[in-house]
Design a protein around this ligand. Sequence first.
Ligand SMILES: *[C@@H]1O[C@H](CO)[C@@H](O)[C@H](O)[C@H]1NC(C)=O
Ligand SMILES: *[C@@H]1O[C@H](CO)[C@@H](O)[C@H](O)[C@H]1NC(C)=O
Length: 185
Amino acid sequence: MGMMSLSSVMVMVMMIMLVQVVSSTQYKVGDLDSWGIPIDAKVYSKWPKSHSFKIGDSLLFLYPPSEDSMIQVTPSNFKSCNTKDPILYMNDGNSLFNLTQNGSFYFTSGHPGHCQKYQKLLVSVGTYSAEADALSPSSSSDADAPSYQNAFGSIPLSQKSSSTSLQFSTVVASLACAVIVGAIM
Ligand SMILES: *[C@@H]1O[C@H](CO)[C@@H](O)[C@H](O)[C@H]1NC(C)=O
Ligand SMILES: *[C@@H]1O[C@H](CO)[C@@H](O)[C@H](O)[C@H]1NC(C)=O
């Protein structure tokens, strides 16, 4: 009996140690239901400052496909509002961009004139200082373009603002441990 409860405790401890709940957040950019020319010019420059983005989070751009689009651009094109040769172009009206690595990501609209009207968004993941990079004169070179990443996702099933997922691999690891402990008994 004593052995039995001891191993039960061991299994429970292992489960607690191994099962990690990984939470990720899906942000509607600007906390707005529509990605478009902002009524308040500062909306998209202010919004990222009140959030801490991490790997695994995603950005959701919602807009009428006939009226707008989302493009990811280089820092220099972001500054100059050059919408030619974007890194990524999406116009499905429901564009999900997954943040899969640390760094800075520059977005604007592919529609003429929208960038100039402050429809532009700079998101920084991790400790990397996007602000400094965007404002630094040396960043106007395109030489670092290959380091930008353009992962994006399919149309999301739901539009809830956050989700929590259990990592499958850790669940499997926990079950394996439980089986091993069971076998030792
Ligand atoms: C991303 O940045 C965070 C915060 O600085 C850091 O903890 C993490 O290790 C970084 N991840 C990668 C893959 O560089
Ligand atoms: C982006 O994330 C969503 C879930 O948030 C996922 O369904 C999709 O496969 C991901 N896309 C990529 C390219 O990783």
